[in-house]
Design a protein around this ligand. Sequence first.
Ligand code: HEC
Length: 456
Amino acid sequence: MKRYLVIAVIPVILLIACGKEKKEVTFADVAPVIRENCMPCHRPGSAGPFSLISYDDMVRKAKTIVRVTQSGFMPPWPADPEYTHFAGERRLTEDQKELIRKWVEAGTPLGDTTLLSPPPHYPDGSMLGEPDLVVPFTDTIILPGDNDDHFFLVKVPFTTDQQRFIRTIEYIPGNKKLAHHMNANLIRYADGAKTNVFDGEKVIATDLTLTAESVNDRMKNKNDDGSYPVLVPLVCNYLPGVSPAIYPTGIGGYQINTTSAFFINDLHFGPSPVDTFEAGGYFNIFFMDTPPERPTYELLMGSLGETPVEPRLVIPANEIATFTTRYKVQDDMSLLTVNPHMHLLGKTFLAYALTPQQDTIRLIRIPEWDFRWQYFYTFQNPVHIPAGSEIIVEAGFDNTSDNPNNPYDPPRVIVERAHPWESMRTTNEMLQFIITYMPYRPGDEAIDLDHTSLNR
Ligand code: HEC
């Protein structure tokens, strides 16, 4: 009897011992999580201030990594995953956060790295691959060291040998440290309509004297005969660490003729204490063989857009205030990508649709707005919004001194400006919701927008 007991006890002890052995978290366990969620930004030439690739990189920053992952500061992903999920979502699960914490607590052991695959390779000069055409910025932009934001309008002209179809466009800034965000439109000239697209000013610092007319004149954007060329809105948007949305083959894309220009209406650099400059930025263009089969469209709700902000965007000092903007859907839509936009006083953002039957379709919720991370969020599958629905945006602004980003101390009343370049200043406010969509077709809900690469 006694012998049986002993025999039974030994395996149990062994099991416990093995279990303990297994529980020690090592670099080999943590590395895959870091490579997927951190390395896209924390590698040479990307947005993060240091690399997180090697064991040494990780050990050097171990304590800070625990702090920023536990607090949710890193990886930056402001959208609430309890509300909706998006393609390319970068967010750690509670288990992954604990894994990192335990590894650091255990003294950052290396573990068995023989089974660990080498870190992913990123192509040089692109997040996506080998571009078909690279269009460089030719001018150097001086950025004074005055600790202030700086905004520019930029024209980047280019020509091609023949008509082409663009699948996607990627922007790579020269000054990766200060590049804050960039929105580019595409000017498409009819063949023969513009003799010299390289004429005119390329860079204009935004100020209040500018009008659309004066900008187009100074940049010489118009056709030779004085008429306006076609402007395709928002063909490329940049934010640190974010690769551009690529939709599956057949969705989206743009036609160009032989003469074109990017018109950047918002090139934004963050503050710097020392004089510096932007030089060497460029666009990567990826072509496709066939014309866009299902073109995509942009709907701009709110400030400067198609739907008014209600009540008028006036945020009293020392108050938290909520505003809405609503759009009545005329024809069935398939929503692909959404982009909430506010400035420093932004606090919360919620967007959803109400169908004629009063069903709610969730779009996005941002419980704690962060001015730095204004992603273009692509849904995992197109979201069908039936005709007759209303798309509703509810945004909260915090104009109290509890808001650490409040540019004014003491707080001042903030009144939305009517002038586009005035309202874009960080210290003023905007409420915008930009939607990329296509007219709905049955079956759109099944299209996989996640994991799309250039090969598909
Ligand atoms: C979208 C790009 C991006 C991703 C993804 C990202 N980071 Fe960062 N990270 C940054 C940038 C930019 C900064 C500098 C932030 C600043 O100065 O405000 C930063 C700063 C940090 C810091 C320094 C914070 C401090 O207070 O000093 C740490 C540590 C860090 N990141 C760790 C991580 C970890 C760990 C992950 C993955 C779990 C991650 N980051 C994912 C862009 C990114």
